[in-house]
Design a binder for this molecule. Structure first.
Ligand SMILES: C[S@@+](CC[C@H](N)C(=O)[O-])C[C@H]1O[C@@H](n2cnc3c(N)ncnc32)[C@H](O)[C@@H]1O
Length: 214
């Protein structure tokens, strides 16, 4: 059965591909439904609150089975999905929400297009054992000038990998502006300040920004 503790321990793109290919058919039932995974809903709401028509098309980074894409089903937005696991992409295809789906390893150089999107979104992929702060710049480069990014980053991962430092650098070098962080619970409808016992790995620091041409 897919569980986040096991997924957090994955240490190479090859391990990710194998792991997610294996669980792709059961991911929605055994993880999304049983864990009360509210992350996609929270990311899509933040995106739609900030978005204008020009923020489409949108690239979903580490789209998996497409649970984030599904949140956009009634919105007037075009979505493409990017993921390393062909099994997860096959599940995403069944949902009929993505224009195109691309199999790619984001840790490899020159696999993502530049200046092609009005928006980038990501949910559950900037987390332990997955993508670190060094890959934010690749995602930002996919955006047109003024493009909107809404990237969920697991809070414990954010703190341990010092995402703050990379985000400040991206801001000070003029690559992004209007940077904000929204703290949200990953597995609950509640707000983070309603329960003092919540662990950092159950929280997401949802990073929002606009891209500039620098
Ligand atoms: C926890 S799942 C999240 C999937 C989906 N966004 C969701 O919220 O349900 C992480 C996803 O990242 C993908 N992934 C992991 N490493 C990757 C890499 N190096 N390049 C592209 N995708 C990757 C996995 O295949 C998996 O689908």
């Amino acid at each position: 059965m897919h569980n986040k503790e096991e997924a957090y321990k994955l240490s190479s793109p090859g391990e990710h591909k194998k792991y997610y290919d294996k669980w792709s058919g059961k991911y929605d039932e055994e993880f999304v439904e049983s864990e009360n995974y509210k992350y996609p809903e929270k990311i899509s709401k933040i995106f739609m609150n900030l978005a204008e028509f020009r923020h489409s098309p949108i690239a979903d980074i580490g789209c998996g089975t497409g649970v984030l894409g599904e949140e956009f089903i009634d919105m007037d937005m075009v979505l493409d999905g990017y993921d390393i696991s062909i099994g997860m992409l096959a599940e995403a295809k069944k949902k009929k929400v993505y224009r195109n789906l691309f199999e790619c390893d984001i840790t490899e150089e020159n696999v993502l297009p530049t200046s092609e999107y009005g928006g980038v979104i990501s949910c559950g992929t900037f987390t332990f054992g997955h993508l670190g702060p060094e890959y934010l710049v690749r995602v930002i480069q996919m955006l047109n000038e003024g493009g909107l990014g809404v990237i969920g980053i697991n809070k414990a991962h954010y703190l341990s990998k010092n995402f703050d430092e990379e985000i400040k650098l991206l801001e000070s070098t003029g690559k992004i502006y209007n940077v904000k962080i929204f703290e949200e619970l990953i597995y609950s409808d509640r707000k983070t300040d309603e329960d003092k016992n919540i662990k950092d790995d159950e929280v997401s620091n949802i990073l929002t920004f606009f891209s500039s041409s620098a």
